[in-house]
Design a protein around this ligand. Structure first.
Ligand code: UDP
Ligand code: MG
Length: 317
């Protein structure tokens, strides 16, 4: 099969028939063999009934329905598990992404050798309250992930080589960082294509402004686990040791200054009367806590069943 189109959806009943018809038209115009995997993320409207009707008309329509709402990432991950096409496309169900982009995305994966191609909504039809924070979000994501050529990490429209989706696991709210997940899994050919974007026609957005707070926290998590997940001591140990040594030297200095002044007959204050003593103490305490966190982290990492999972590209035997 050429193409799997994975569509996560939550209460998008009005959009689905138009989306299915549009995809089917583009696919038949280009002669692709395809499937549409609708993942119903616990919709409370009649989305699932609509999907069943579409399925009765078009055998390429497949569906998975969650009993409750889990979020876009779990929906995508489940859709990836079912997708069989050589190239896997993800797109939102709300008609904001255009199926007309699919043939070119397919070509970029197949002919230009990309592992992942992300859409870039250069001209967006979203409210300003979303477009401005999004610019900031993407700038930060580019810095932290080191994927310098992406302008729109969270674009719902993306294309993947099938191998990529086998090797990434999208959980929590990590759908915002799939290109980074792919990079961490060793897929480095990540490209971008400018895509058309439309205003939402039916229904309303499922994400509020908290997306930016959560997005930032998730980025920190991925950065940390990607860099130090397997060796937490390298992070906490270094930080802890530096703080402890600094605190220790400061305590010695405070004591030495007192002894010197005492000896020289100058005015001197008790060590416990110096503010620096307490600062130094705090540093030493925090430093040893960090160090301990490193040890505990190592114990956790050591017992992880995935501690020796590596991304093996090819083997000869
Ligand atoms: N979505 C989902 N589960 C959720 C929230 C959203 O499957 O819990 C789907 C939603 O139905 C849509 C896509 O994710 O197909 C993108 O959501 P939305 O259009 O609300 O996001 P926005 O375009 O505002 O970023
Ligand atoms: Mg949308």
């Amino acid at each position: 099969m050429d193409i799997s189109i994975v569509v996560p959806l939550y209460n998008e009943a009005e959009s689905l028939p138009e989306l299915e018809a549009w995809i089917a038209r583009v696919m038949s115009e280009h002669g692709f063999s395809y499937e549409i995997v609708f993942v119903n993320d616990g919709s409370t409207d009649n989305s699932w009934e609509v999907i069943k009707e579409l399925r009765a008309k078009n055998g390429a329509v497949k569906g998975i329905s969650f009993r409750r709402n889990y979020g876009k990432s779990p929906a995508l991950n489940t859709g990836f598990g079912a997708a069989q096409g050589d190239v896997v496309i993800t797109m939102d169900a709300d008609l904001q992404d255009s199926p007309d982009e699919i043939p070119e995305l397919y070509r970029m994966i197949k002919e230009e050798g990309y592992d992942l191609v992300s859409g870039y909504k250069q001209k967006r039809y979203d409210p300003l309250s979303k477009t401005i924070p999004t610019k900031l979000f993407n700038a930060t994501a580019r810095k932290v992930t080191g994927i310098k050529n992406l302008h729109d990490f969270n674009c719902g429209l993306k294309a993947y080589r099938h191998k990529v989706i086998e090797h990434i696991e999208v959980y929590g709210d990590m759908h915002r960082y799939i290109p980074y997940l792919a990079k961490l899994a060793g897929f480095s050919r990540i490209g971008e294509k400018v895509v058309h974007h439309q205003a939402r026609k039916y229904g309303k957005t499922k994400f509020g402004l908290d997306r930016f707070v959560n997005g930032y926290l998730d980025l920190m998590t991925l950065w940390f686990t990607g860099k130090f997940g397997g060796k937490p001591m390298h992070f906490f140990g270094l930080l802890g040791s530096l703080m402890f040594i600094l605190g220790f030297l400061a305590v010695i200095a405070v004591g030495a200054i007192k002894l010197y002044n005492m000896h020289a007959g100058n005015h001197y204050i008790l060590v416990t009367d110096s503010p620096y003593f307490y600062l130094a103490l705090t540093l030493m305490l925090l430093g040893s806590q960090f160090f301990l966190a490193g040890f505990v982290g190592e114990l956790v990492a050591r017992n992880s069943p995935r501690r020796n999972d590596y991304e093996i590209d090819e083997t000869l035997s």
